[in-house]
Design a protein around this ligand. Structure first.
Ligand code: ATP
Length: 256
């Protein structure tokens, strides 16, 4: 069953068309990688999906409902969550408090509006946050200040925080950036576990080893257009993809 569909998406900035008629589908439970050389348009597609930008043309359908007219926070309530490339945990709050903050968006938007809800549902939300942290093997870090954690751990907390919104589609923007090999392995296991629990994912990631380990399909963008689609291994040996990456360290992408 198709959970998420993009139809003929177009976006220009100052007369330059950076997304040129992109269409794609993600089935329920699938992990789709969105890859392509620098400047191909991957982040712009994510920004269009979560409502940071409005497309010039096209539809973005989650479970049959068009997200385009919806404000970003309504999209979150409709089942969309995003883990950012640049970590946005609040450093002087604890891990648990940061994870709890993931719920306020789900509860309706501004923190102030959500506070009465927090008071009423506080215990339940705290239980949910603790459960998610436990599932992720992060219980020992629950009371630590987010700012004191190693980078790899902060990334994992970010993912747990996104799960507080109970997403149906989780967007991951370069989850591996800045992580060492061991941290990448741990993050991959966590994401595989989350995927097995039924969360559908779209992942922008340059590390093709990670993409090959996590994603069942990949779509390749180049200059705002889809140039290939298939399993990560298939697209990695597609001549059009290899050509697009020439001059962009092609050997890095040849091992999927
Ligand atoms: N707000 C903006 N205003 C003008 N141009 C933009 C804007 N956002 C993105 N672009 C341009 O759109 C193109 C696609 O950028 P985008 O960041 O989506 O690529 P990307 O595939 O995510 O690249 P990277 O892998 O380097 O993150 C680039 O040419 C970029 O300069």
């Amino acid at each position: 069953m198709t959970l998420f569909r993009i139809e003929n998406l177009r976006k220009s900035f100052g007369g330059l068309e950076v997304i040129r008629g992109v269409s794609l589908e993600v089935a329920q439970g699938q992990r789709l990688a969105l890859i392509g050389p620098n400047g191909a348009g991957k982040t712009t597609v994510f920004n269009l999906i979560n409502g940071y930008y409005r497309p010039d043309e096209g539809r973005i359908l989650l479970d049959g409902q068009d997200l385009v007219p919806m404000a970003p926070r309504l999209r979150i309530r409709h089942g969309l969550a995003r883990s950012f490339q640049n970590i946005r945990l609040i450093p002087h709050l604890t891990v648990e408090e940061n994870v709890l903050l993931g719920a306020h968006i789900h509860a309706g938007g501004m923190l102030a509006q959500a506070l009465p809800l927090f008071m009423g549902r506080g215990r339940k939300l705290r239980e949910q946050a603790r459960g998610l942290l436990e599932d992720a093997g992060l219980t020992a870090h629950r009371g630590a200040l987010a700012g004191s954690l190693a980078y790899g751990l902060r990334k994992r907390v970010e993912v747990v925080r996104a799960l507080m919104a109970r997403p149906r589609l989780l967007l991951l923007d370069e989850p591996c950036a800045g992580l060492n090999t061991q941290e990448r392995g741990v993050l991959m296991e966590e994401l595989q576990r989350i995927a097995a629990s039924g969360v559908t994912m779209m992942v922008v990631e340059h590390d093709m080893h990670f993409v090959g380990g996590l994603c069942d399909r990949a779509i390749v963008l180049n200059f705002g257009e889809k140039i290939a689609e298939g399993t990560p291994a298939e697209v990695a040996r597609d001549p059009a993809v290899i050509e697009a990456y020439l001059g962009h360290e092609p050997e890095k992408y040849a091992h999927a």
